[in-house]
Write a protein that binds this ligand. Structure first.
Ligand code: PA5
Length: 444
């Protein structure tokens, strides 16, 4: 069930001597991670999660998901960044970005509190309408503005609809084990709580209750998801020289040092789009610091070949692509013979769309490498929970190793605070008075 890596399309961009030269650095970064001796080593809880998760809480997640699937037509997941992207990426990977319209079993699942857009929040309120709904507010700190604003709105709506006591049975909080405003509020009001472990950062939290409750409510098999991650963990627990996550980390660092400063994650499956967003946070927040780091971008082909394809083929040569292929599509179609052949497509008769999609990949990888864009190719077997668990674990591990190779702490995110301080000052939050006038003057 492992994630495979194919470096065939790096020929002409990287040679074996470069891989040999970087091998000691990969080994060191790998050891630093595995031995827990590097910067940010108090945030390594994700490494053992697939095996060592809290079984009691896991059972409560199952029970809560069962209740929500019975008593709710809509489930609103409130969170931002690492408290949002993993759950949404997983649900869309497993059930498609059209899951709500496709009327999969269980409630419609919507995401709120991931922006400050009043239009976006109003839309989710409208989608709840008169329907029975429950909410899961997810915030490790319990103080993040975007989810806090949305929570205030949805909590108010629930209390109006079901009364204070009824609402309390429909509010699920995923937050710190002991600290923070949200935890205090939940304990006071009797909301069920789930834990974001102290030693797991937001972008590494999808395999905790942060991701697992929404994923289970959507009807996916979270036991299989954990099993897939556990298998990948076992697979990667060997020697750094034969480890696909180490190889991926090595290659992206070699390319970065050769001036390929933008990595584009490529998928040929629209349901992978939110996985790209999750990956972008994982890479961007882990590596983008101290003036360093690959810029993570993403495209979905063949869609974006008709928009970004031109740039990738002939624009600035500072790019490389990492393609994620899923071997087996969630469904397939066969193109039928047409008696008139007015569209000239009979040469495709009898061919499946997955075959055509594969040829699109093959044509594109050859064109892009001809155009000077190195390609790494990763693959996972299918759209199952097990494959997803493997992909999640693979990327988490690879980016941690890659970050250590870059010489940064892959597990902090000090830069995220800057905009918050300015926003609070401009909004007049108590305690930020000194900065306010200065910032306002700069905006004039
Ligand atoms: O990865 C991270 O740490 C961030 O993206 C956070 O998850 C995000 O800022 C939300 O934080 P919180 O869960 O504290 O509300």
């Amino acid at each position: 069930m492992s994630v495979k890596i194919d470096l065939h399309h790096l020929a002409g961009f990287i040679d074996d001597s470069e891989l040999s030269a970087i091998a000691p650095q990969v080994r060191l970064a790998h050891e630093t991670l595995v031995n827990g001796t590097g910067a940010g080593n108090d945030f390594l809880g994700w490494m053992d999660l697939p095996e060592k998760y809290d079984r009691e809480e896991f059972a409560r997640i199952h029970a809560a998901a069962k209740k929500i699937r019975t008593d709710s037509e809509v489930f609103v997941v409130i969170g931002i960044g690492g408290s949002y992207l993993g759950a949404r990426a997983a649900i869309e990977y497993l059930q498609s970005q059209n899951r709500n319209a496709l009327k999969k079993t269980g409630p419609q699942v919507y995401f709120a509190g991931n922006s400050l857009s009043p239009s976006a929040l109003s839309e989710i309120l409208e989608l709840c309408g008169e329907k029975d709904f429950s909410i899961n507010v997810i915030s490790k700190s319990g103080t993040t503005t975007e989810p806090a604003v949305a929570f205030r709105v949805f909590r108010g709506l629930l209390e109006k609809k079901y009364g204070k006591q009824g609402a309390a049975k429909r509010i699920y909080c995923t937050t710190d084990r002991a600290r923070g405003t949200l935890k205090q509020l939940a304990d006071r009001e009797g909301f069920e709580t789930f834990v974001v472990p102290d030693n797991v950062g937001g972008r590494y939290s999808v395999l905790t209750a942060v991701g697992l409750l929404p994923i289970a409510v959507a009807g996916a098999d979270i036991d299989a998801l954990m099993a897939g991650a556990a298998e990948e963990r076992a697979e990667l627990n060997g020697d750094a020289s034969s480890d696909a996550s180490c190889l991926y980390a090595a290659v992206r660092n070699i390319l970065y040092r050769k001036g390929k400063e933008t990595e584009i994650l490529v998928s040929y499956e629209p349901r992978f789009q939110m996985m790209c967003e999750w990956w972008k946070q994982l890479c961007g927040e882990s590596e983008g610091k101290n003036g360093k780091g690959l810029f993570p971008a993403s495209v979905v082909f063949s869609t974006d070949l008709h928009s970004m394809g031109q740039y990738i083929q002939q624009g600035r040569r500072s790019l490389f692509e990492t393609v994620v292929l899923i071997d087996k599509p969630a469904a397939d179609l066969t193109i039928e013979e047409d008696a008139d052949n007015a569209d000239g497509l009979n040469f495709l008769s009898g061919k499946t769309m997955s075959y055509v999609n594969r040829k699109a990949f093959e044509g594109t990888v050859l064109a892009h490498t001809d155009g000077g864009v190195p390609n790494i190719v990763l693959s996972a077997p299918d759209f199952s929970e097990k494959s997803l668990g493997a992909l999640i674990y693979f990327f988490e591990r690879a980016i941690a190793i890659s970050g250590y190779m870059l010489g940064i702490n892959p597990f902090d995110q000090p830069g995220v605070e800057s905009y918050k301080k300015n926003m609070f000052a401009l909004l007049g939050k108590p305690g930020y008075e000194n900065e306010k006038a200065n910032l306002e003057a700069r905006l004039k």
